[in-house]
Design a protein around this ligand. Structure first.
Ligand SMILES: [Cu+2]
Length: 149
């Protein structure tokens, strides 16, 4: 679509910018506004997660790589082995395959990275950072992003 528009512009030497956004996210009001370093608290309030970096940025369809810092209420980093990512499309009632994506230690000691998390469809995604502590109740931090595709 964009390619065709660009071609028309080339031939007609047009001065019009790209058409206004009419994609799947045009009227989406539930998504978080992406910014590197966005921080959200967990559902039960015991943790918070900072999305240090996302590739692509902002998140989009296809394979996504996220770098996160997840801390408990004392501000201590959560062991990466207690974390997993669970993407879900609330409007469609489905997740991804596999349902969860593991995190591994990042370059910085307090960072966790998920590679190749496949957001395979345009639209709104709820991307949960699941925290499963050994003793306390499980909890999760929910990010909402709309994939333009
Ligand atoms: Cu879907």
């Amino acid at each position: 679509m964009r390619l065709r528009f660009a071609l028309v512009c080339l031939l007609a030497a047009c001065t019009v910018d790209e058409p206004v956004d009419d994609g799947p996210c045009a009227d989406e009001t539930r998504a978080d506004e992406y910014a590197a370093g966005i921080t959200k608290d967990s559902e039960l309030g015991g943790y918070s997660a900072t999305l240090v970096d996302a590739v692509p940025s902002p998140p989009d369809t296809g394979e996504n790589q996220w770098t996160l810092e997840v801390t408990d209420s004392a501000g201590d980093p959560v062991d990466v082995e207690l974390l997993a990512m669970r993407p879900y499309m609330p409007d469609h009632g489905h997740g991804t395959s596999p349902a969860t994506w593991p995190l591994v230690e990042g370059d910085e000691p307090e960072q966790a990275v998920v590679y190749d998390m496949d957001l395979f469809m345009p639209g709104l995604w709820r991307i949960a950072v699941e925290i499963t502590p050994e003793v306390e109740d499980p909890d999760e931090v929910r990010f909402f992003f709309c994939a333009e595709g």
